[in-house]
Design a protein around this ligand. Sequence first.
Ligand SMILES: *[C@@H]1O[C@H](CO)[C@@H](O)[C@H](O)[C@H]1NC(C)=O
Ligand SMILES: *[C@@H]1O[C@H](CO)[C@@H](O)[C@H](O)[C@H]1NC(C)=O
Ligand SMILES: *[C@@H]1O[C@H](CO)[C@@H](O)[C@H](O)[C@H]1NC(C)=O
Length: 517
Amino acid sequence: MVRRYACMLAVAAGLLLGLATVSRSKGLRGKKPQGVSRIPSLFREEERIAMKEALKGAIQIPTVSFSDEESNTTALAEFGEYMQKVFPTLFNTSFIQHEVVGEYSHLFTVQGSDPTLQPYMLMAHFDVVPAPGEGWDVPPFSGLERDGFIHGRGTLDNKNSVMAILQALKLLLIRNYIPQRSFFIALGHDEEVSGKNGAQKISTLLQARGVQLAFIVDEGSFILDGFVPNLKKPFAQIAVSEKGAVNLMLEVNMTPGHSSAPPKETSIGILAAAVSRLEQTPMPNMFGEGPLKIALEQLGNEFSFPINIILCNLWLFQPLVSRLMERNYITNAMIRTTTALTMFNAGVKVNVIPPKAQATINFRIHPAQTVQEVHTICSDNWFNIREVLELVKDIVADDRVQYHVLSAFDPLPVSPSDDQAFGYQLLSQTIRSVFPEINIVVPGTCIGNTDSRHYTNLSTSIYRFNPLYLQPQDFSSIHGINEKISVQAYETQVKFIFELIQNADIFQAQAPHWHEL
Ligand SMILES: *[C@@H]1O[C@H](CO)[C@@H](O)[C@H](O)[C@H]1NC(C)=O
Ligand SMILES: *[C@@H]1O[C@H](CO)[C@@H](O)[C@H](O)[C@H]1NC(C)=O
Ligand SMILES: *[C@@H]1O[C@H](CO)[C@@H](O)[C@H](O)[C@H]1NC(C)=O
């Protein structure tokens, strides 16, 4: 994940529900897991050892993305060789094609036996954010196993997915599994710094080949455990959208002067007042638009009176809940476009009034704004960004302030999560089969961004979900210190993908009515 506070709805409910206790456990809403795998996901002892050793080796390669311009290319290249060494089967199977894209990223095309089935894609990335060793219990690139955990940078974000996907496919292949539905595996090398050389190039390549995908699975959300006070039961959240972002620079130019005879207003004063007004005036509250409301309604039944009543009757309590969500900075980020003042530059000398003052603001755009406006009313991708800009200008209300858009991208379209959504239901059923204790699966929005944003032309169904439990303390380890994964959790992730690949074939047979597009 690019940003630390990715994909969390959860915390959400937290603040509203401080008082509630879990009332009862709910059934599967009438659905039984359908995903009975043809090959059981049972692994031999030596396979389980090889599995964790392979992950440790991957962690030891310091594939760090330092900045847009700088990454450890030696390590990136070494990672490619490592994959070939650990998973030779994937490189010499007749129906699997392997390509290196953008120098270091990898694309596998697994040709299914039934060409009438629309293919899908599994994604992950193997670059990591830097990890200066300070504060770590074990060196971040050691891949050491301690107390049942494999430690190191990338164990959650996101070499676990890279290795688990390849591992699961290898285990299927050596059991002579031949997939019916074709699929792609896209492994990016620069996700942490935009994905421009990796994911974007893979996407361009597939678009040129005319590929359309039934669905895409990327990292980005988890089984959330302990994020909601008093909701003891963990629940799975599949992120169906991501926020967009605009970096906007504000600039004020005035005539320079000596500080002994200052004018009434200076560039610094004017700009400071402008950004202060922006900070004091939040963008509109969008609660009620998008997946958050659906998720809260589904979670509602897990609480006792009166919270269940409130959440199950949002038609009535929406204004109350929406105001409560504004009170916490994380839940606030889920309900609106956020305004973050990140840079402020002016002045060079103690006795000179500077001509120029500049401030940069990072806005994260709520998906609801795009979904309604860009996709249904207007095809211009910049519409929504302009809309944020219009609001900014209204709030600032000062002609002396100039605006420069430094970079911008739209929020991602919201992928379907209804009963007919093939990819979403496939994930839900696989979650319920691999994690029988989980009976709540809700849609959510990523507050951060993933590589999947480069693939919007290939599919309308993009789901971000890592089959792992995440607790609040793990959350801060992503991009922070002491990132680690339990050996057990990693095995379960392999098992999940092992079943998911098979379910993608089985589901087709059992449920011919899915809308695959
Ligand atoms: C880059 O990766 C190589 C291993 O592939 C490692 O030996 C080297 O120390 C790394 N360089 C930096 C600056 O981390
Ligand atoms: C493919 O790789 C496996 C594992 O190294 C090896 O056993 C097998 O003989 C190879 N097959 C071909 C056709 O090269
Ligand atoms: C999607 O397709 C359009 C039209 O071909 C193109 O302009 C755009 O750059 C593509 N977007 C991505 C993210 O590949």
